[in-house]
Design a protein around this ligand. Structure first.
Ligand SMILES: C[S@@+](CC[C@H](N)C(=O)[O-])C[C@H]1O[C@@H](n2cnc3c(N)ncnc32)[C@H](O)[C@@H]1O
Length: 262
């Protein structure tokens, strides 16, 4: 971080064009304030770039075990790690039950569900339109900054006492909103098939990462988490294995640097 002026530091996200395990190897124990990872889901949804399929489910889970154990090592105690995936496949449940739940120092906390309402849909069944982040704290207690993420209450006052609500409320774990590739935040991201929306990432970062600590995303993709860190004034470090995504994400980040879109 370098000083732009006295009040506003410039956030320069660090992204390495390398395998996530290589990045992890260079990180110190207990050095990261929040981990927000959107890994391959092993469902073949990669726009033809072939990073989302593994030979077997077991191979996928074994690979996840490697980087998740390293994440636990680098995460500070009392901080949150959130891992995205989809319940379209049972693998994601196994990742939770067999893998994450088996790590002693991790404690399962409320999962966050991002729901959206765009794209193709089945004519013969309800449409599956959500993704889930398994959230685990290192240790039973964890940092949670309620003040930064309060929203307006639907009811202006307590219907029992008549007292007005003045302080807003903490959102539930179901967050609904679309990502539009022609909106300001989506612009320049359509080279990547699985972009995460800013409102989701920014809220997680504000809640779970103290302002003077660093966010880690091992699967940086189009650079969404880095951009969310710029918007929320957090330092960022990440890796992206694909050369083209890496290059284009740097361009996308440059365009957004310093802009506080939501
Ligand atoms: C689901 S996408 C992440 C998308 C990202 N959340 C965004 O908003 O753009 C997963 C990314 O992980 C990258 N990836 C796959 N295997 C990797 C590895 N071993 N190390 C680092 N990156 C990897 C893929 O190239 C892909 O861009």
């Amino acid at each position: 971080m370098t000083a732009k002026n006295k009040n506003k530091p410039v956030i320069n996200p660090v992204i390495k064009n390398c395998d996530c395990l290589k990045l992890l190897k260079g990180l110190e124990d207990n050095s990261i304030g929040h981990i927000n990872c959107d890994p391959p889901y092993n469902i073949g949804y990669d726009g033809g770039d072939e990073w989302d399929s593994f030979a077997t489910e077991q191979e996928y889970l074994d690979w996840c075990k490697q980087w998740i154990e390293e994440c636990v090592r680098v995460l500070k105690p009392q901080r949150m790690m959130c891992i995205w995936g989809t319940q379209k496949s049972d693998t994601f449940l196994r990742l939770k039950l067999d893998l994450l739940n088996s790590i002693q120092s991790l404690h399962s906390q409320s999962a966050i569900h991002w729901s959206y309402n765009w794209g193709g849909r089945s004519k013969t069944n309800f449409a599956h339109k959500f993704e889930t982040a398994w959230c685990y704290s290192k240790g039973n207690h964890f940092y949670f900054n309620a003040e930064e993420i309060r929203i307006k209450r639907k009811m202006p006052k307590n219907i029992r006492t008549g007292e007005p609500y003045t302080n807003g409320t903490i959102p539930t774990t179901i967050w609904e909103g679309n990502l539009s590739t022609i909106s300001k935040e989506g612009k320049g991201s359509n080279f990547h098939p699985t972009v995460k929306p800013q409102f989701v990432l920014q809220r997680m970062i504000k809640a779970y990462c103290p302002p003077d600590e660093k966010v880690l995303d091992l699967f940086s993709g189009s650079g969404s988490t880095a951009i969310a860190c710029i918007a929320t004034d957090r330092e960022f470090i990440g890796s992206e294995i694909n050369k083209e995504y890496y290059r284009k994400s740097k361009e996308r980040i440059k365009k957004h640097q310093g802009s506080l879109f939501t």
